[in-house]
Design a protein around this ligand. Structure first.
Ligand SMILES: NC(=O)c1ccc[n+]([C@@H]2O[C@H](COP(=O)([O-])OP(=O)(O)OC[C@H]3O[C@@H](n4cnc5c(N)ncnc54)[C@H](OP(=O)(O)O)[C@@H]3O)[C@@H](O)[C@H]2O)c1
Length: 338
């Protein structure tokens, strides 16, 4: 069997556990496609997974390949695959499937993949899947944003922020966001209506009457954001605390349902007191939703925002750059030069 280069983690640890390795090309199950990865988009979860943060709910067989988002070309299809054929350009998020994107070849479940937007190159397409799906699931499915409603999307210059602002505007909402002084022009160019430079002002002193908040910033930002919400509004947190509903949705058993119930007790009490609904969102791969997102990209309603592109040989440096928490848009690793 042919080998391939992959960027892997060998064990769960805080450091010294990620490296390149030569691995056999993965074998396909009937509902899977094998993709030659041209580019892999990075997300904060790619730094968290090898540290063991998500060990209770994301299952990897170690050593495991890192990376969640990819764009590339189909080279082989499983016997039951109907929507893709060798030669098709695709993009996908595979973070919840136990496989990895930071490799020359990656296995993708047919259901997780979509055809690459025709107007994007592989680097641009690889920057989209997780932030696109998360924004879609948070703003459309959970918050059910309606035209004219106001949504607060903190950290507007990050991977999530740069996509979510554009999706919220497409849905007809008004968008408030926070960012540092140097990124104010960027978030305004994406359509943000109320921009708080968090170096100069506290958002909770300025913003009022919001219908939804996306929880994207750690610390006390989530609690403070309750002050800007109307009764009947929604808090969709991407950063936790996880709640009992989330544990039940992943069949995590009594222990985790109990523990997550305890972890989320305070925020749920605070939100209920204000007539606000709290939920924790853990994005799930979905090729159907990616195909919908692809239409918005092809129509020019949403554009990718890319900060830096690293060659595959510098995957470790790319992850370290993302970990600084200062990326303006997305960080992408490129395997195949265009
Ligand atoms: N639950 C889920 O399914 C899910 C899915 C995707 C992401 N997430 C989580 O969502 C969070 C955001 O992800 P991301 O991809 O957007 O991360 P990211 O791209 O690394 O975010 C970096 C951006 O955050 C901004 N930022 C940092 N601290 C800030 C603050 N205090 N106020 C305002 N902006 C701040 C920075 O702008 P400045 O330099 O201007 O500060 C930078 O542009 C992460 O914690 C990630 O793990 C969760």
């Amino acid at each position: 069997m042919e080998n391939m280069k992959a960027f892997i983690f060998t064990r769960y640890a805080k450091s010294n556990n990620i490296a390149f390795a030569d691995l056999p090309r993965p074998a396909l199950k009937p509902d899977e496609i094998l993709v030659q990865v041209h580019a892999a988009g990075l997300n904060p979860i790619d730094n968290a997974i090898p540290k063991g943060t998500f060990k209770p709910f994301l299952k990897f067989q170690l050593p495991a390949t890192l990376g969640s988002d990819l764009a590339g070309v189909v080279v082989e299809v499983g016997s039951r695959v109907t929507r893709f054929k060798p030669g098709d350009a695709v993009f996908a998020s595979i973070f919840d499937l136990g496989t990895g994107a930071l490799a020359e070849f990656a296995v993708v479940t047919e259901n997780a993949a979509a055809h690459k937007p025709a107007n994007l190159d592989f680097v641009q397409a690889a920057s989209i899947p997780m932030v696109g799906l998360t924004s879609w699931q948070a703003l459309k499915e959970r918050a059910k944003l309606k035209p004219g409603q106001k949504v607060f999307i903190p950290a507007g210059s990050g991977g999530i922020g740069t996509f979510a602002i554009q999706l919220a505007k497409h849905l007809g909402a008004k968008v408030g966001t926070t960012t540092s002084t140097g990124n104010v022009a960027l978030v305004k160019s994406l359509g943000a209506d109320e921009v708080i430079d968090y170096k100069q002002q506290e958002f909770e002193d300025v913003l009022r009457n919001y219908d939804a908040v996306l929880g994207t910033v750690r610390g006390d930002a989530l609690e403070k954001s309750l002050r800007i919400l109307k009764p009947g509004s929604n808090v969709v947190s991407l950063i936790g605390p996880p709640d009992a509903t989330f544990a039940r949705s992943r069949s995590m058993g009594f222990f985790f349902t109990f523990v997550f119930g305890l972890l989320s007790r305070k925020i749920i009490r605070q939100t209920r007191k204000r007539g606000v609904e709290y939920s924790f969102l853990f994005v799930h791969p979905d090729g159907g939703q990616l195909a919908e997102i692809s239409k918005l990209l092809e129509a020019g309603r949403i554009r990718p925002v890319i900060d830096r592109v690293f060659p595959f040989a510098q995957a470790k440096e790319a992850l370290a750059y993302l970990e600084t928490g200062r990326a303006k848009g997305k960080v992408v690793v490129q395997m195949v030069k265009m």
